[in-house]
Design a protein around this ligand. Sequence first.
Ligand code: FAD
Length: 396
Amino acid sequence: VNHVVVVGAGLAGLRTVEALRSRGFTGRVTMVGRERHRPYDRPPLSKAVLSGEADDSYVGADLAALDVEFWPGVSAKSLRKGVVETTEGELGYDGLVIATGADPIRLPGDGPQHVLRTLDDAHELRAMLVPGARVAIIGAGWIGAEVATAARRAGCAVTVIEAGPAPLATAVGAEIGARTVPWYDGIDLRLGAMVDSVDEGGVRLVGGAFVDAHVVVTGIGVRPAVEWLADADIDLHNGVVTDEHLRASLPGVVAVGDCAAWWSRRWQTRLRVEHWDSALNAPDVAAATLLGEDAVYDPVPYFWSEQFGHMVQYAGHHPAGERLVHRGGTEGGDTEGKAGQEGKWSAVWLTADDALAAVLAVDRPRDLVQGRRIIASGQRIDAKRLVDPEVSLRDC
Ligand code: FAD
C-alpha cells in the first residue's frame, strides 16, 4: 500500500490515520472531510459545549506530525475501484478508509428545524437556549434527553415529543425507558405523540394538536452517511457492510465508526453502533487490515449518556438477551443532582442460558465495568443473586 485515502475526518477517520502511523506505515495519507473543522469529539457537543462549559472539543492530534494531507471542507461524491471522486477532483488510492459517520434524520415541514451533529450545530443551538425560550425537542432518545437537560438548565420552557411509549424506548426498550420518566421533572413530556410536521412557530402533531415553540430540535436518529457510495460496487446494508476485519466488499477498502456495519463474531450477527468507543477502537483493526495484518474487531460495544444529572452507561447487545433483570430501586431517582442511593440502579439482559448479553447502569459505574468484563468472558451468572444490588456483579 502506497497511498491511503481516508474519507471522513471525524474521530474514526483520525484514529485510523494515527493507527496507520503507529503501525509503521510510511506511505502517503490523505484525509478528506466535509466539515471545515479539524477532527473533534462529538459527545461533548450535547454536554459541555451546549451548556456553555466548553467552546469546542477538538481532538489533540498533531496532523503535521502525522504527515497527513488534510483536505477540510471537501466531500467525497462517488467511488470507483481505486478512485474517489471529490468536490475538489479525483483522488487515486490503493487503500481506502470509509469513515463518513452518520447524518441526522429530519422531519417534514417548512419551519426552522435544528439538529445536533456538528460543532456548528451546537454553537447555533446554544445561542438559542435562553431563559424563557420555548424549546420543543422531538425524540426522547439519547440526544433528545441530553438537549432537554441543557435546555432545562438554561431556563427554557421545554417540551419533549416522543412517538414511543417511553423515553429511550428505541434504544433500550420501554421498560427501562419508563424508569427515566421522573427525570423529566418540569418538562412537558408528551409520550406516544407523533409529529406531522415542523411548521413556522412550532410542531404540528398527528391528530392536529400544535406545540408552540421558538426553537425546534429534531433528535430522532441518524442514517449512515453512505449516499455517496450509492453507485459504487460495494455492499451497503444499513451502512457499509464489512467482515470481522472491517474489510468492505471492494478490495483495499475498510470502514469504521458510525457508518460501518461489521460482522460480530461474538454475537454472530452484523452490528452497527453509533458509539464513541467504536470510533476510538475499531480504527486500529481497520489499519491492521489495510496493512495486510490479521486483526479482528470483536468488542463488547459500550456507550454512555449524561442526562438530568445521571450517568447512564450501556454495554453489550441486548437483543441477544431474553430476560431483563433489574438491580436496585425502581423509583427512578427523580431530582437532578439529588440522586440518592435509591436513584442508582442498573439492569441486565440475560441470554437463555444465563450468560450476560447487556448491562445498563445508572450512576453505578462498577456494574458497567464488571458487567462488560463478564459479557466479554461469556461466563454464566446466578440470576437469583443478580437482583440484589448489594451483591457485586462479579460475585453473581
Ligand atoms: P463522525 O463523527 O460523524 O465523523 C464523520 C465525518 O465524516 C463527519 O465530519 C462528516 O462531515 C464527514 N463526512 C460525511 N460524509 C462525507 C463525505 N461524503 N465526504 C467527506 N466527509 C464526509 N457516543 C457515546 O458513546 N457517548 C456519548 O455520550 C455520545 N454523545 C454524542 C453526542 C452528540 C451530539 C453526537 C452527535 C454523537 C454522540 N455520540 C456519543 C456518538 C459518537 O459521537 C459517534 O459515534 C462518533 O462521533 C462516530 O465517529 P465517526 O468518526 O464514525 O463519525
